[in-house]
Design a protein around this ligand. Structure first.
Ligand SMILES: NC(=O)c1ccc[n+]([C@@H]2O[C@H](COP(=O)([O-])OP(=O)(O)OC[C@H]3O[C@@H](n4cnc5c(N)ncnc54)[C@H](O)[C@@H]3O)[C@@H](O)[C@H]2O)c1
Length: 103
């Protein structure tokens, strides 16, 4: 099983990736994350050298990049999002771009 996790450097995504790699030693995980202000790749320092883990620095809105990655995966778990509600009041555009168009 090869799982594409988007937003894997965030709060929930990083916990999910750690759980999958530690629980299912045969599963492979690709983490696609744009590393916005909310993403912290250091959340995954403990698994970064795992042979079943690959990190791709990219955006789910990138129509050139995403199809190739998706074609490799058996399933997609999408955590990539603008998740801070307060920021949607001052700048809603990026929420529509990522959470609607990107998804
Ligand atoms: N944290 C919670 O308590 C909670 C509860 C219920 C639902 N959720 C939902 O779960 C999802 C993840 O939440 P979280 O708390 O982990 O968020 P988070 O803000 O901690 O992480 C979001 C991740 O997505 C990445 N990202 C943002 N835009 C991207 C893009 N365009 N392309 C690729 N990566 C991008 C960021 O770099 C970051 O790593 C969100 O949809 C959120 O609404 C969260």
């Amino acid at each position: 099983m090869k799982i594409l996790v988007t937003g894997g450097a965030g709060f929930i995504g990083s916990c999910f990736i750690r759980h999958i790699l530690n629980t299912y030693p045969d599963y492979k995980v690709i983490n696609l994350d744009a590393l916005t202000y909310a993403g912290n790749i250091e959340n995954l320092n403990d698994v970064k050298d795992n042979k079943n883990y690959t990190f791709i620095h990219g955006n789910i809105c990138d129509r050139k990049l995403v199809p190739d990655i998706v074609s490799e995966a058996d399933c997609i778990i999408n955590f990539a999002a603008e998740s801070h509600v307060d920021r949607s009041i001052t700048g809603p555009e990026i929420f529509i771009e990522t959470n609607v168009s990107g998804t």
